[in-house]
Design a binder for this molecule. Sequence first.
Ligand SMILES: C[S@@+](CC[C@H](N)C(=O)[O-])C[C@H]1O[C@@H](n2cnc3c(N)ncnc32)[C@H](O)[C@@H]1O
Ligand SMILES: [Zn+2]
Length: 159
Amino acid sequence: MVSITTLKKTTGRRFVVRRSGIHGKGGFAVQSIPKGTRLIEYKGEIITWATVNRRYPDDEGPGQNHTFLFEIDDKRVIDANVGGNSARWLNHSCKPNCEAVGEDDRIFIESIKPLKPGDELVYDYNIQLPERHTPALKRRYLCRCGNRGCRGTILGKKR
Ligand SMILES: C[S@@+](CC[C@H](N)C(=O)[O-])C[C@H]1O[C@@H](n2cnc3c(N)ncnc32)[C@H](O)[C@@H]1O
Ligand SMILES: [Zn+2]
């Protein structure tokens, strides 16, 4: 038989959004979460890369690495600035405890490790830019995850 306490723990909010030591706001577990739990869908408006470029012209300035965009494929992107949910606050880490899973044109964030209350939910953004990932570009997309073995950038290895 399942106790009321267990029921309470497995229902309701699994994480909250608050200030993160990595960057700005982040998502933090408020209950124990087993590995393999689907936590949230990365919601937002689905747009093309052409719309991204129109909407967010890159000014090459410092600190211009902030993004609420999630690449679905080489044609489509989810823009969480429009109709986004709490998934847009989850930060990147080079030692992730979550991953982004694609299903058709939808993206879900799932735990890949058991999480304890207070753990920050992080996944590897593995950002792929069309241009070469030069050292300067990597610095511009600096990673502050603070893990030993941090690769120093939120950009991924070029596919
Ligand atoms: C989807 S937002 C995550 C929410 C963000 N913390 C905020 O408060 O807006 C993605 C942006 O957060 C920042 N970010 C996320 N993870 C990071 C990390 N490990 N190191 C440095 N900046 C990070 C980058 O600017 C990135 O483009
Ligand atoms: Zn890192």
